[in-house]
Design a protein around this ligand. Structure first.
Ligand SMILES: Cc1cc2nc3c(=O)[nH]c(=O)nc-3n(C[C@H](O)[C@H](O)[C@H](O)COP(=O)(O)OP(=O)(O)OC[C@H]3O[C@@H](n4cnc5c(N)ncnc54)[C@H](O)[C@@H]3O)c2cc1C
Length: 402
């Protein structure tokens, strides 16, 4: 595949965010030429990205819907104390669908198997020396590590499984936390694609990022056995270690990016602080970028940095909850925080996942006796204090050679 030589906008990384930005630009700004540069052989890698329909506005859903591979009218959660069905639609986009739809639209602007060595405000340089010149460059190369963010982790292995007989589910089980609690908050996640095929994930909200694939695979097969689902085939497997935001200095984080280049997706810390999910944010940013009058490099970079900083600042309440989940609750008791949350009204839960809780919601979420020790919950209150403590602890560990 030939590498494009120039474009109005060059996007580094053809994952979720980069591909959605390219897609939205092609849909609404066909006069703007786009280069989309991805190191893998296809857009989006090997993912199933899900979201609650209520995470995005009706207008956003309209343009995303073409990418949606599966949609269910409801979803369920299961906790030791109760089982609840929520009449909130749940949707999944698959990376293969994303590729099949976006790749032809980007057409000659698409560069696959293209390993980026460097991004700069006016170009992307590949490791083989090729250069793509652009008026504006967007960095959507996925998550990067930084000392400026204090994170917990949502780790999982998911297997798309075919069963010998129908599994009997007609709606996703977003969390089944009735399973033994291990390595933090543990739950199983099940998306029933057809009557005999489902994606089953074993997920842990854990302090460390290490992924024990074998343990998670065992968790999946044990769960299927308990539910009486006999596996005939493992169709596909995916895994992830998603960041859960506890605290951070967003300005310092964004300053670590390349000046004059617009950060996008996980690279801009655009993810839900308590789930690590980024699809609604990625769609929102794609829309906003395509709506900009001025798509010159400096303007786009300024806009993207301001947008990322403002989204982060607006989510301090979610980071407080993340800190309570990770720092106040003992690992095997973390499920109680979610169990209590899922007893709240559906509209509040929907606003929570959409990142739109208002003051009344926040008061309601925190009201009553917390499911964690009060003294430890109080210790989580100040983000700056928490951040400084975490940075100091990290510096001590590093000084000790840890
Ligand atoms: C397995 C998995 C499942 C997930 N499920 C969900 C979900 O259900 N819902 C949800 O909202 N979120 C989900 N997430 C979280 C988050 O939405 C995803 O991580 C999402 O893919 C992040 O989008 P992104 O564009 O920022 O990064 P990515 O999708 O990771 O895209 C970055 C892209 O940049 C490319 N790249 C990186 N470096 C280079 C380089 N040097 N040269 C060229 N290309 C490069 C990568 O190959 C990649 O394609 C999931 C994450 C994982 C890992």
């Amino acid at each position: 595949m030939a590498v494009p030589e120039k474009a109005d906008i060059a996007i580094a990384g053809g994952g979720l965010s980069g591909a959605l930005i390219a897609y939205r630009l092609r849909l609404t700004r066909p006069e703007v030429t786009v280069a989309l540069v991805e190191q893998g052989p296809s857009l989006g890698g090997n993912h199933t990205w899900s979201f609650h329909a209520s995470d995005v506005s009706a207008a956003t859903y309209k343009w995303l819907s073409n990418l949606v591979r599966h949609k269910w009218p409801r979803q369920a959660v299961i906790f030791p104390k109760f089982h609840r069905v929520l009449e909130t639609s749940y949707c999944s986009i698959t990376s293969s669908r994303l590729h099949d739809i976006v790749a032809p639209l980007v057409d000659e602007g698409l560069a696959l198997n293209a390993d980026i060595a460097e991004v700069a405000p006016d170009r992307i340089r590949l490791r083989d020396g090729a250069v793509i010149k652009a008026n504006a460059v967007i960095d959507a190369r996925g998550a990067r590590t930084s000392d400026r963010l204090v994170l917990g982790f949502q780790k999982f292995v998911g297997q798309e499984l075919e069963f010998v007989a129908p599994h009997g589910l007609d709606a996703p089980v977003i969390m089944d936390a009735s399973v033994p609690q291990e390595d933090g908050y543990r739950f199983l996640y099940v998306l029933p694609f057809t009557e005999r095929i489902a994606l089953v994930e074993d997920t842990r909200y854990a302090d460390g990022a290490a992924l024990d694939r074998e343990a998670l695979r065992r968790g999946i097969s044990d769960y299927c056995a308990v539910r009486g689902w006999k596996i005939s085939k493992v169709i596909r497997e995916e895994d992830g270690v998603l960041p859960i935001a506890l605290a951070g200095d967003i300005d310092a984080f964004l300053d670590e990016g390349v000046e004059g280049v617009a950060p996008a997706g996980m690279r801009a810390a655009l993810f839900h602080p308590l789930t690590g999910y980024s699809l609604p944010d990625a769609a929102g940013l794609a829309e906003r970028i395509a709506d900009q009058d001025d798509l010159s490099g400096p303007a786009l970079a300024r806009f993207a940095v301001r947008h990322a900083a403002s989204v982060w600042r607006n989510r301090s309440f979610y980071r407080l909850l993340s800190r309570m989940l990770f720092s106040a609750a003992a690992p095997d008791q973390r499920y109680k925080v979610l169990q209590r949350f899922y007893g709240l009204p559906r509209s509040l839960i929907e606003r929570f996942y959409a990142g739109q809780t208002h003051f009344g919601d926040q008061a309601r979420i925190l009201a009553g006796k917390p499911p964690v020790p009060v003294s430890r919950a109080l210790g989580c209150l100040g983000e700056e204090k928490y951040l400084n403590r975490a940075l100091a602890a990290r510096a001590t560990t590093q000084a000790q050679g840890g």
